[in-house]
Design a protein around this ligand. Structure first.
Ligand code: NAD
Ligand code: UDP
Ligand code: UDP
Length: 338
């Protein structure tokens, strides 16, 4: 029954509403790793009210403990695959497990979160006239045949593999965003996030940086998945949050890659972590999982030109900040192994 109509020109009222100081901002997945850092940054602006919805699958209230009880903050236990009724000006839609071990744990649920969850947030955006930002992923490029990846590349994704619930889920989420934009005039923003690391990652999250740091602190072998020559490019979380906010506040729908172009093999990463935390730990080559992308590095020309954004923190600067956080949580004082 839906009639196709051209996107409306933003009314002066809508436009001024966006720039007026007091915004009510919804962050889905705000109890997670990137979400909680984003909430910190949004809450630091005293004019904003922030509402977080999260089902705590991979996130925790602990990540938000400094804001619980704050008059400008609300935390709602809610699953985005269900209808949500709130009145907001902006939606940062992050809800979705990001670590392969968690998104593969219940793949059907991952697909539902990406597809039905994004549909619901778009329905909400349509009803209240909110601008919505989706945190998509470099995984939409799959095992890329172009290197580095720019936003024009359509990707090389296995539609029926064990990672597809996440990769294809995010691809459909991007499609939904653009269809709501074209069909209903919704203001959308799409960030394609590349591997991000920093304090508050789950210790047993399964992602490579958190694994290596936890393993080094526990004096365990660093598990490099074969062959170890595969590459990733790691962005420090504070830089990521800065990029997401710039994208939301700017004039471009995206998709825009947000990531750090500094590219490392997993073997190089292991050696760097070893050198930093404990040169005596050993590297062990273990079996890899199916469809692991062999290389990944963002082309961030668009982010630089359109958002005036580029990452500042290098891997060697960011890893010690994460180490400090992991030492506190694992209760390993500095003197013990360094
Ligand atoms: P995370 O797992 O720490 O956070 C995801 C949050 O979403 C968690 O708090 C989780 O409980 C919540 N969640 C999951 N399913 C939900 C549901 N159905 N309803 C409500 N809440 C739900 O992951 P993260 O690293 O903070 O990633 C945040 C977003 O960024 C995700 O959308 C992810 O796909 C995207 N992303 C992250 C990376 C990265 O390297 N961290 C890379 C690319 C894309
Ligand atoms: N939706 C929501 N909150 C709202 C408005 C809509 O969660 O405030 C959900 C709604 O349940 C629906 C989805 O968003 O499943 C898409 O909504 P839309 O209005 O675009 O489509 P329709 O309801 O016509 O299928
Ligand atoms: N990896 C590894 N050891 C680990 C975990 C992951 O060598 O303990 C490798 C994995 O094979 C992949 C890369 O690190 O090539 C990044 O994996 P991660 O799960 O962090 O994120 P992805 O980019 O695959 O989503």
């Amino acid at each position: 029954h839906t009639i196709t109509r051209p996107p409306p020109t933003p009314s002066p009222l809508r436009f001024s509403k966006f720039f007026q100081a007091n915004l009510r901002i919804l962050v889905t997945g705000g109890a997670g790793f990137i979400g909680s850092h984003l909430v910190d940054r949004l809450m630091e602006n005293e004019k904003h009210e922030v509402i977080v919805v999260d089902n705590y699958f991979t996130g925790s209230k602990d990540n938000l403990k400094r804001w619980i009880g704050h008059p400008r903050f609300e935390l709602i236990r809610h699953d985005v695959t269900e209808t949500l009724l709130v009145e907001v000006d902006q939606i940062y839609h992050l809800a979705c497990p990001a670590s392969p071990i968690f998104y593969k744990y219940n793949p059907v649920k991952t697909i539902k979160t990406n597809v039905i969850g994004t549909l619901n947030m778009l329905g909400l955006a349509k009803r209240v006239g909110a601008r919505i930002l989706l945190t998509s992923t470099s995984e939409v490029y799959g095992d890329p045949l172009e290197h580095p990846q720019n936003e024009e590349y359509w990707g090389n994704v296995n539609p029926i593999g064990v990672r597809s619930c996440y990769d294809e889920g995010k691809r459909v989420a991007e499609t939904l965003m653009f269809d709501y934009h074209r069909q209903h005039g919704i203001e959308i923003r799409i960030a394609r996030i590349f591997n991000t690391y920093g304090p508050r990652m789950n210790i047993d999250d399964g992602r490579v940086v958190s694994n290596f740091i936890a393993q080094a602190l526990r004096g365990e072998h660093l598990t490099v998945q074969a062959p170890g020559t595969q590459t990733r490019s790691f962005c420090y979380v504070s830089n990521m949050v800065d990029g997401l906010i710039r994208l939301m506040e700017g004039d471009h729908t995206g998709p825009i890659n947000i990531g750090n172009p500094g590219e490392f093999t997993m073997m190089e990463l292991a050696e760097t972590v070893k050198e930093l935390i404990d040169p005596t730990v050993q590297v062990k080559i273990v079996e890899n999982t199916p469809d692991d992308p062999r290389q990944r590095k963002p082309d961030i020309t668009k982010a630089k030109e359109l958002l005036g954004w580029e990452p500042k923190v290098t891997l060697r600067e960011g890893l010690p900040l994460m180490e400090e956080d992991f030492r506190q949580r694992l209760v390993v004082p500095k003197s013990q192994n360094n």
